[in-house]
Each structure stands twice: as C-alpha cells, then as structure tokens.
Design a protein around this ligand. Structure first.
Ligand code: NAD
Length: 498
C-alpha cells in the first residue's frame, strides 16, 4: 500500500506519529493509499522549520520572490494535466473539471507574481514642516492553511502563493481525503527555487489542526471548510492570539425570474448543480423559481439532469464523477429520502445509480427535487452532492427575502432579462458573491473571495487585495532629518503638524 507523507524542510518526511488514514479511489470504492496523520510533534517540527526559514525568506527581495513565483507559475501550467489526474484519482471529479480547478488556482499564482506592485506602500511628503510620513507592509511569520477536500489544488492556492509572496513561510494541512496533490505542489515549489522550509505540508486530521491552532509559532490561520469547523477554528485560533480567516459552508440559491430565457437558465443550473457532483462551495443547490417560470424550469432542468453522463473521473466521456467517500454517498442518499418523506416531489432520482464496471464506486446520480419548502432537511442542510432543490416564490422580493433568511451567504445568482430586477437583487441580497446570469460567480484572483454570515468568520476575504492585507501588517513611519543647527529645544505638548 502506497504511503502518502508530509513535506517538511524541502523533502518528504514520514514523521513520528504512527496513525494513518485510508485514501479511497471514489470511482472504484477501493482503498488506494494510506496517509500519515500527524501528531503534535510532527506539527511542531513543521512549524519550527517554517520559523527558521522565515528568518531568511522574509528578507528576500521582491524581485527574488517574483522570479520564483513566475517559475512556479510556469511549472504549474506545464504540469496541469498531471495535477488534474492526481485530483481526479483521489477526489473523484472528472479530469476536465480538475483542469479548470488548476487553472483557477494558477490565476492566484499569477496575481501573486505582481507582488512588487501589490506591496507598494504610501508616501506623504511634508506632512509637517520638514516631516514626511510613509507606510509599508511586512510579513507576519508562519502562516497556516487548513483546507477542504473539494478543491485540493485551488483552495490551498488561494492561500500559499499570496502568503509566500508577502514574505511569510507556510504550513499547509490539506484534507486527509485527497492529500497527494499538495505533495506534487510542494515538489513544484522546490523545483521553482523556493528555499527549503518556506512551504511545508503536514498531513493529518483534528489532532494536527488542534496542534496548529495552539502552536505559539503560528501567526495566522486561513481555513476553508464546513461551517461548524470554521466557527471552531476561528474561536480557538483567535483565542490563541492568531489572525484567522475561516471560510465556511454554503447553500447557494439561483433565482429564475419569468423573463429569463429558460433554456439558458436551465443549462447553467444543471452545470452549477451537478458539476463536480455538487461538491463545490459555490454549487447551486437551491433554484428559486419565481411565478410562472416554475413548471417550464423544472421540466427543462429535469430533462437535462437525466442526460448527464456519470462515470469515473478518468473517463473523458464522463461529465460527472462519484462523490468523495462512501459515507458522503450514504449521507446524500439519506437526505434525498428525507426530502421525499417530508413531502417534496422527486422529478429525477439519482439513488441506486450503478455505473457499469464501477459498481462499488461512490456514485449518486443527478437528482432534482421540486416543491421543496424551507422547513425540509434537503433545504436546510448543505447536502454537498448532486441534488438540486426547487423552491417556488411569488416575486423577486419574496426570493430575496428567502435568500436573506438563510443562515449562509456565500454565493447566489439571478437569471433574468430585466436590468431593474437584477439591480434590486444585487443590492438586496446579503451574500458576498453574486452572479447575474452567471451561476457560479467565483471572483477572479485580483478580487477577493468570501461569503457573508455563516459562510465566513473573520474580517478578511481570501486572495486578491484582502489576501495581501491578511498576510501582512502595516508600519507607518514619520520621519524628520533636521539640520543640527535647526534644533529647537524640547516641547511638551502633543505633536501636531505645523
Ligand atoms: P471539513 O470542514 O470537514 O474539513 C475541512 C478541514 O478541516 C480539513 O482539513 C479537515 O481535516 C479539518 N477538520 C475536519 N474536522 C475537524 C475537526 N473536528 N477539528 C479540526 N479540524 C477538522 O470540510 P470538507 O468536508 O473537507 O469540505 C467541504 C466543506 O467545505 C463544505 O461545507 C463546503 O461548503 C466548504 N467549502 C467552503 C468553501 C468556501 O470558500 N467558503 C470552499 C470550499 C469548500
């Protein structure tokens, strides 16, 4: 059985903990590897290595850093297919989708290549007679990332390229369900010329996370995952004096107004609901059909859901792969059953789907549930599977109120041909990322990504300008270079400009 290790100080390391966890092949249902699970000692070794590396890396010049980032960009670009296959093998998503994930991660690397511009400070000449003020930002120290299974390349890349470009060193604790991609990324950083110890990977579960949250050598924690864990990370990390940004789960609504072209809207809805088997934090899991749009929309979405080609991620004909684990599959299947029991109407039922040759894979077919109400479990839970619930609303204002009464606020979309309705929607919803006739409005890397309400704990969104701000802190310098003969004697009032 292949063993997946940590990466500390520029090389693979097995660590001292003897605990391991299984890594499955979701397409076959077989265990394909085991991953080492760090204890506090392993985590401490990684943090100490990163602390030692910080001494030099934080002193590296901006041009040295951007050269390494450009080299890393070239390597990730050249190895996209290999990275995508590693993702597909452990996560289950189809390779074309995994390539898209790598591309979106690469965009953050490209953003970080501009670090000399991003770190430009401010300068005010002559704020007082003979006095100038300037500001600049400095790195924090060792920054940590704790990441979910659903984007094993992209989500960590929301963090480490920016943190490292800012002069920090980094310890990544990826998901234990698909841990291999991070080791390949570590190799590419090394090949790009990043000094040893600047980027480290510690494999593990709660034990490693807790050790990281309590370690005095960690200055900042970026977390992406489910809401209960995000809340926990934020609470424990900030209690220990760390800077924390913790992005949580989601329940993303797309409202479809009667004036929307139904063919266009339904194409985008099925792609957003069933792409990556619904295992995206920006997946659309609730369609809100307004007024007369409903019947036609449900019919179109159901037809298109039935046509999705489900199969192993490595098969180029597959449009949707399996979900990540057997437990995830069983939970999704259970929730679909609950929806039916609670009175919703299944127009497409993905339970019991069997993929020939992959009968033991963790497959669930696309599922559409109509007449869902906000009390039902299928609406209240983040299902994180290929399940689209349809809720009906009478007006755009009712739809906005429905979205705003949901505890999550990650992403949302409106399908309409009315600019007035779209504007009312964009101004009225309490959600961080909004699409207008765009179902998955993941911001480009030079904007920042983040939800509202239970989808984000902490003040800063991730990557983009807020990422640079998160991974640095400001200094403001007030300076005067007086002529010696201009010495004016001591004054004891509070300094004011003159
Ligand atoms: P998860 O919360 O189970 O795990 C995330 C990370 O936390 C993993 O590294 C895991 O090892 C660790 N972890 C799990 N349980 C822990 C515990 N009890 N104590 C300490 N650490 C623990 O999430 P997941 O299932 O890997 O990913 C799916 C979730 O992530 C969904 O809720 C999805 O919406 C969310 N997500 C959010 C975003 C976003 O940008 N808001 C992006 C991607 C995924």
């Amino acid at each position: 059985m292949r063993t997946i290790t940590h990466w500390i100080g520029g090389k693979p390391v097995s660590g001292s903990s003897t605990r391991t966890g299984p890594v499955w092949n979701p397409a076959t249902g077989e265990q394909q590897a085991e991953v080492v699970l760090a204890g506090a000692e392993d985590l401490d070794a990684a943090v100490r290595t990163a602390q030692a590396a910080f001494e030099r890396w934080s002193q590296s010049s901006l041009s040295q850093r951007s050269k390494i980032l450009f080299a890393f960009r070239e390597l990730v670009n050249a190895r996209t297919q290999e990275l995508a296959e590693v993702i597909a093998d452990e996560h289950g998503k189809v390779v074309s989708d995994a390539r898209g994930e790598v591309q979106r991660g690469l965009e953050v690397v490209e953003f970080a290549c501009g670090i000399p511009t991003l770190l430009k400070g401010g300068y005010s000449d002559q704020v007082s007679t003979g006095v100038d003020v300037f500001s600049f930002r400095q790195p924090l120290g060792v920054c940590a990332g704790i990441t979910p299974f659903n984007f094993p390349i992209m989500v960590p890349m929301w963090m480490h390229p920016v943190a490292i470009a800012c002069g920090n060193t980094f310890v990544l604790k990826p998901s234990e369900r698909d841990p291999s991609a991070s080791l390949l990324v570590a190799e590419l950083w090394a090949e790009a010329g990043l000094p040893e110890g600047v980027f480290n990977v510690v494999q593990g579960d709660k034990e490693a996370v807790d050790a990281l949250l309590d370690h005095p050598g960690v200055a900042a924690v970026s977390f992406v995952g489910s809401t209960p864990i995000a809340k926990y990370i934020h609470r424990r990390g900030t209690a220990n004096g760390k800077r924390v940004q913790a992005l949580g789960g989601a329940k993303n609504h797309a409202i479809v107004l009667p004036d929307a072209p139904i063919d266009y809207a339904s194409d985008h809805l099925v792609a957003a609901a069933f792409g990556s088997a619904g295992e995206r934090c920006m997946a659309i899991s609730a369609a809100v059909a307004v007024g007369s749009a409903a019947d036609e929309l449900v019919a179109a979405v159901s037809d298109k859901a039935r046509a999705v080609k489900v199969g192993p991620g490595r098969d180029p004909d597959s449009e949707m792969g399996p979900v990540v684990t057997r437990a995830a599959r069983d939970r999704i299947v259970g929730l679909i059953g609950t929806g039916e029991q609670q009175g919703a109407r299944l127009t497409v039922d993905g339970r019991g789907l069997s993929v020939p040759g992959h009968e033991n894979g963790f497959f669930v077919g696309p599922t559409v549930i109509d007449d869902v109400t906000t009390e039902m479990d299928v609406y209240r839970e983040e299902i994180f599977g290929p399940v689209l619930s349809v809720v009906r609303a009478d007006s755009v204002d009712d739809a906005i109120a429905l979205i705003n009464s949901n505890p999550y606020g990650n992403g949302t979309a409106v399908f309409t041909s009315s600019g007035e309705a779209a504007r009312r929607f964009q101004r009225g919803v309490n959600v961080g990322m909004i699409g207008i006739n765009v179902p998955i409005p993941v911001p480009m890397a030079y904007y920042s990504f983040g939800g509202w309400k239970d989808s984000l704990f902490g003040d800063k969104h991730i990557h983009g300008p807020e990422g640079v701000s998160f991974y640095t802190r400001a200094k403001v310098v007030t300076s005067r270079w007086p002529h010696v003969e201009a010495a004016s004697g001591a004054t004891y009032h509070f300094p004011t400009a003159n």
